[in-house]
Design a protein around this ligand. Structure first.
Ligand SMILES: Nc1ncnc2c1ncn2[C@@H]1O[C@H](COP(=O)(O)OP(=O)(O)O)[C@@H](O)[C@H]1O
Ligand SMILES: [Mg+2]
Length: 287
């Protein structure tokens, strides 16, 4: 009962716009650009004045800290195993973006236990009160725990390249999540689009498949071009958005963040899905 009251309180806070929106960045197959999307998307939201934290869920094989050029002392694992406080595992890159590292090195491969998941939830509850957006870079592979986290978040951003294999895998991933949570909001981003591709072609096909086979509407956030700036930025260990602000990919990323924030703001004016559902239940009781 107490848990229910707390959950309700959290939802009300969220409806008032005081709680972070949690977003999982996922893909079907790996290596499609999730981590680079996450760090640069986070920075573009930050540049719009939003409070953002990135959580690298690729535990033991994380690379967010590498992309941001920071050598963190502690990682998420140190918190989950009770070795460190949440405050101690929060890092800031030189530009002011906060993040939690997934840690690297085989020694930090994680065997999830119940208590770790409880600590993760406690951290999540805390972070929700302090940030506008929590971005989870979901790493490779769908473990039980990562699926549970994806089910819990408010929205999912699916990254796919234009290759048929990537599109098929992205569809399978969305289908899997959708069957577990039919209400989930999906945003699709097409990455590494070349001038030979039609920028929206791949994502439109994904959107169509979701509608046709799962009766599920998804939104297209936009596409990111294939751009040599990404590789250069990875080598320099700095976000391309800040290293090459005039690169085509940086301009597109800013447009994607603009779109995301505008849609988000419009939704805040509206009621959240949760409140709508709750109202529906109350009204039903009165009929
Ligand atoms: N838009 C892009 N243009 C050019 N190269 C890209 C682009 N997106 C990703 N890459 C390349 O793909 C690599 C893998 O990206 P990464 O973000 O680590 O993928 P993931 O997190 O999905 O495994 C990058 O290091 C970069 O070389
Ligand atoms: Mg990655």
């Amino acid at each position: 009962m107490r848990d229910q009251a707390e959950a309700l309180r959290m939802k009300m806070l969220q409806a008032q716009g005081n709680l972070a929106k949690s977003i999982a960045i996922v893909s079907g197959k790996g290596g499609v650009g999730k981590s680079n999307f996450t760090t640069n998307f986070a920075h573009s939201l930050r540049l719009k004045g939003k409070k953002v934290i990135v959580v690298d869920m690729d535990i033991g094989m994380g690379n967010i800290h590498i992309l941001l050029g920071v050598a963190p002392k502690y990682s998420l694992k140190d918190y989950l195993t009770g070795q460190q406080t949440l405050e101690n595992i929060i890092n800031t890159d030189e530009l002011g973006l906060t993040f939690i590292s997934g840690g690297s090195g085989l020694d930090s491969v994680l065997d999830w236990s119940e208590s770790m998941f409880e600590r993760l939830l406690a951290a999540f509850e805390q972070l929700q009160k302090e940030y506008d957006f929590i971005l989870f870079d979901m790493g490779a592979g769908a473990t039980q725990r990562s699926i549970e986290l994806i089910i819990a978040v408010d929205e999912v951003i699916v990254i796919s390249t234009t290759e048929p294999t990537s599109i098929t895998d992205a569809y399978s991933m969305m289908k899997f999540i959708c069957l577990k949570d039919p209400e989930k909001k999906f945003n699709i981003v097409s990455n590494r689009v070349t001038k030979h591709d039609d920028g929206n072609d791949a994502v439109t096909r994904l959107q169509y498949a979701m509608r046709k086979f799962l009766d599920k509407e998804t939104s297209i956030l936009g596409f990111l071009p294939e751009d040599a700036a990404v590789h250069k930025a990875v080598v320099a260990q700095k976000p391309f958005l800040l290293l090459f602000p005039n690169a085509p990919i940086s301009k597109r990323m800013t447009a994607i963040a603009d779109e995301f924030v505008i849609v988000d703001r419009n939704k805040e004016k509206d009621e959240t899905g949760f409140l709508k559902k709750l109202k529906g239940i109350f009204l039903k009781g009165r009929e």
